[in-house]
Design a protein around this ligand. Structure first.
Ligand SMILES: Cc1cc2nc3c(=O)[nH]c(=O)nc-3n(C[C@H](O)[C@H](O)[C@H](O)COP(=O)(O)OP(=O)(O)OC[C@H]3O[C@@H](n4cnc5c(N)ncnc54)[C@H](O)[C@@H]3O)c2cc1C
Length: 290
């Protein structure tokens, strides 16, 4: 990550999650091969809630690097791990040639609103960033930022102060939670710069491919969903293809505006499928062949 966001270089990144089945793996790699054509700066792989995919994440990242010849970023959370466990994971990831990590705290368990670290574990992502910097100083480190405030944060100001701690601890780039209201991102970016943070801030984009699914996801992460967009999608709630088209058009317009505003990259939450993302990148002329 340290070497990805150079001035003038646009960084496209793709986030996927570990599939649960062999069929899911096959479909994922078919989709990633298609996205590989857009020359992403890296592909990142999430780390399952409750630590369920700890080794899977690293193994998938290793396969991405070998098979697609594209740098991979492995996500890591503090959930369910002691500092010793985290150190073991870092050693394992390094031994598998992982050079970039997305350092996260993780979510509270389902049904609870409060994050609980295990005895001997870490409470905040900033501590994880410090640990990674200590253990593997050369690792590229990404962290999460919240243009519309993290759901647990008391207010936007304290949330930004805590983000700054992650940056001061050694993060190289900030990737945002998904959002659909660009003005909220741009206001956040102003505050980010005013707080003296200068590392790259990359907006997180989740193309809408299904209204039901996006309602569930935005509900979980409390992203603001514009009423006008919701009512357009509601009008076609029985028509999957129409929802897809509305989602693609919205994302194209959203990304275009962000690129005009000078963002250094785009981080796509693709939910393991390439079709919407391909359409968006083509429309944005981000295909290397263009
Ligand atoms: C790009 C991206 C990738 C993600 N990938 C994954 C993944 O792979 N797996 C997964 O399970 N989840 C993932 N998440 C979700 C993430 O784990 C949750 O949003 C989680 O609730 C917060 O993680 P964080 O790293 O932002 O935590 P933190 O930065 O620790 O912040 C969490 C909350 O604590 C507050 N806080 C921070 N430091 C302090 C402090 N010192 N004292 C008091 N309060 C503090 C913050 O304001 C915030 O409200 C991802 C999110 C993003 C944006």
């Amino acid at each position: 990550m340290k070497h990805i966001y150079q001035p003038g270089a646009f960084g496209l990144s793709i986030e996927i999650f570990p599939p649960r089945t062999e069929q899911g793996d096959a479909s994922l790699f078919e989709n990633l091969h298609r996205l590989r054509a857009y020359n992403p700066a890296f592909i990142s792989c999430t780390y399952g809630a409750g630590g369920s995919t700890q080794t899977r994440t690293v193994e998938l990242c290793e396969r991405i690097q070998q098979e697609l010849d594209t740098p991979a970023t492995a996500h890591l959370t503090c959930v369910g791990s002691t500092v010793d466990d985290l150190c073991d994971w870092l050693a394992f990831a390094s031994s598998r040639s992982i050079r970039n990590i997305m350092a996260l705290r993780g979510d509270p368990p389902q049904g609870s609103h409060e994050f609980q670290s295990v005895a001997g574990g870490l409470d905040h992502a900033s501590e994880l960033v410090s640990l990674i910097r200590r253990q593997v100083p050369e690792m590229g480190i990404g962290v999460a930022g919240y243009p519309e405030k993290h759901p647990e944060a008391v207010d936007a100001k304290s949330d930004l102060d805590f983000l700054k701690r992650k940056v001061d601890a050694g993060a190289d780039a900030v990737f945002t939670q998904l959002f659909y209201v660009n003005d909220n991102f741009l206001r956040f970016r102003d505050a980010y710069h005013a707080a003296g943070i200068s590392i790259p801030l990359i907006p997180g984009i989740m193309p809408i491919t299904s209204y039901a699914r996006i309602k569930r996801i935005t509900g979980m992460c409390q992203a603001i969903f514009p009423n006008e967009l919701a009512s357009r999608l509601e009008h076609v709630q029985d028509d999957d293809a129409a929802q897809f088209e509305i989602g693609v058009d919205y994302a194209i317009a959203q990304c275009r505006e962000l690129m005009d505003a000078g963002v250094p990259g785009l981080h796509f939450y693709v939910l393991n499928r390439s079709d919407a993302c391909e359409r968006i990148l083509d429309a944005l002329n981000l295909h290397p062949a263009h």
